[in-house]
Design a protein around this ligand. Sequence first.
Ligand code: MN
Length: 290
Amino acid sequence: MSGTNTNAGVKFGGHSLVWAGDWSAENARFAASSAHKAGYDFIEILVAEPEKIDTAMTKDLLQEYGLTATGCLVFDPSTDISSSDKSKVAAGIDRGRRAIDAVAAWGGTEIDGPVTASLQPFDKPATPENRQNSVNSVRELADYAADKGINLHMEIVNRYESNLMNTAEEGLVYLAEVDRPNVFLHLDTYHMNIEESGMVDGVLAAGDRLGYVHIGESHRGYLGTGNVDFAAFFGALKKINYSGPIVFESFSSAVVDPALSDALRIWRNLWTDSHDLADKALKFMKAHYE
Ligand code: MN
């Protein structure tokens, strides 16, 4: 509220897919200028294909608009670090290292996303081998990231996108196995709405291991027009004195990244006006955090 900042440390970000389907110079500028104009503190840049990110351009752009940026790392079936196929695990670790390099090059410190495995529908549960390959790979990436001062946040996603873990409690068990100080939990209200017993217990269980938050509506469109109980979720964040990044994430077939939009099953237009969507989302999040 006016005059006092009761949530010092909390920064609000917007996912790049709110504005841009790729990170070409033109689309990156549109995303950064739009995020700045709407009043966001930072932007989350999709780094599913790190080789396509011009990090020098990105660094300059962020400076120009007074923003910082986190990186959202996503693995596909060919780079699945939980795979029983060693070549896919190796390809995933390679992609992860290059994503870490990219984020370090633009001056970022946080990588989020479903980093534990490929983002895809699995038709069988993960085997002990799948889990061990994931844990070993994340340890390797965490150590590589730590050398560059970067934290990794493991996003818990729903059962249709991961067979390794789908709840905060399961994520905490996984974190204990990985056992690295720069690896944290990443919760997303869209996924929590599907898998958790409400919007509170997972946050309270995570406590200071919660390092990153995605704010998404149940249909991934305008906040406040779906089924997610945001009052309960933000109340839980306050209870644990959460002070990390809070990112608005929304997808529509109006803005498409060919790989991610298909992986997330974004088949319809939930919105067409990025500016209106982003403006309202930031106001919504701030109103709930006050
Ligand atoms: Mn998310």
